[in-house]
Write a protein that binds this ligand. Structure first.
Ligand SMILES: *Cc1c(COP(=O)(O)O)cnc(C)c1O
Length: 354
């Protein structure tokens, strides 16, 4: 990304032919290899991806969505409002807690542009619930010639369940279940730059790419370079070791406990006001509600008030952001990148002196 930003790049030229090429050619190839989809395009963020897909495919027609999935993602991004904005007519089926494949069957008509499935990424419905699966929706859609669009949200490329968390739908699964297009974020569980990724069937990707709004939402070379650099470890199978969010998720309890102990021991006088404590790290920055992983933290009981110690940490260079739990300040090594242990210790020593 730094090289692409500072110098020339082959963004819109094919080095093989010397002719002008598509800016999406490289990334589409990479995304196809990683996800199994035919083709891909990348826009500014997933909100833009969903808006673009619905506009390109749904304008002037109907898009069918489960009542349980006509949700607000956050920051005013509401599926019913996005659909209205795209020029598509929202057709809600099922109920808040239960929607079946037959509800989609009943709604399929001449004017149906697509079925839309939205991953409920920021809330949970429990009790007596039923959800039409993507595969069921694809089965109904295929009989009526209706594509299924899947807003995956986080877009996990690795299995969260293998790391002790709830199952998050995976992009590869969405593609193999037959989604016409799947949309997901570049900067949630993928661990890359802010981007909205659209993968799927070649003819649908082409429709989206040719829509005038695609130009307005396109990404620059630095984003594409950063996204490529993020996808390569997934291809090589080294993502858990190389991608920061997965390094943090996969960090072992022993390594975290050891780093916490080193931090506690490396700051003069810290053992008098702090201790090691079992705690939980929240995962996903709001995109995985309620998901936590066990951790060992340094818990500081400040001699004065917690707020002034937190403020001193924030005003340090580089600023350190810690969290308060029951008047104690917690520092969680799981969230510290490689090489950050020493700067955190320095900041803590300076804040305590101050
Ligand atoms: C986060 C999210 C979005 C928006 O993605 P951004 O990349 O933040 O714009 C859209 N849909 C779902 C289901 C999400 O979880």
């Amino acid at each position: 990304a730094a090289e692409a930003g500072a110098g020339y790049s082959d963004l819109e030229i094919s080095l093989a032919s010397g002719k002008r090429g598509s800016r999406y050619a490289h990334i589409s190839e990479l995304l196809s290899q990683v996800t199994g989809a035919d083709a891909a395009i990348v826009v500014n963020n997933n909100a833009a991806a969903v808006m673009l897909v619905l506009t390109a495919l749904g304008a002037g027609k109907e898009v069918v969505v489960s009542r349980g999935e006509a949700v607000e993602i956050g920051g005013g991004f509401r599926i019913p409002d996005v659909l209205r904005q795209s020029g598509a007519t929202l057709v809600e089926v099922g109920t808040t807690n239960r929607t079946y494949a037959r509800d989609f069957e009943a709604a399929a008509g001449k004017n149906t542009a697509a079925f839309l499935k939205v991953h409920a990424s920021n809330f949970k419905v429990t009790g007596f619930t039923a959800e039409s699966t993507l595969a069921q929706m694809v089965e109904v859609g295929e009989r009526h010639g209706i594509p299924v669009l899947h807003d995956l949200g986080s877009g996990a490329l690795l299995d969260t369940a293998a790391y002790g968390m709830a199952t998050e739908p995976m992009v590869q699964q969405s593609v193999s279940d037959g989604a016409g297009l799947a949309m997901f974020s570049g900067d949630k569980l993928l661990g890359g730059p802010q981007a909205g990724i659209i993968v799927g069937k070649a003819e649908l990707v082409k429709l989206v790419e040719r829509h005038p709004m695609a130009r307005a939402l396109r990404v620059e070379k630095i984003t594409l370079a950063a996204l490529s650099a993020t996808l390569i470890p997934y291809l090589k199978g080294t993502a858990p070791e190389e991608i920061p969010v997965w390094q943090m998720i996969s960090a072992s309890a022993e390594s975290i406990a050891e780093r916490a102990k080193n931090l506690l021991d490396s700051v003069d006088g810290l053992t008098e006001i702090a201790e090691l404590r079992d705690s939980r790290s929240a995962v996903g920055g709001g995109s995985l509600p309620g998901e936590t992983l066990p951790s060992t933290v340094v818990a500081v009981t400040p001699p004065a008030d917690a707020e002034s110690l937190l403020a001193a940490l924030r005003s340090h260079s580089p600023p350190i952001i810690a969290r308060i739990e029951k008047d104690d300040i917690l520092l969680d090594p799981r969230t510290m990148l490689p090489g950050e242990d020493a700067p955190v210790a320095e900041a803590l020593a300076a804040a305590i002196r101050a």
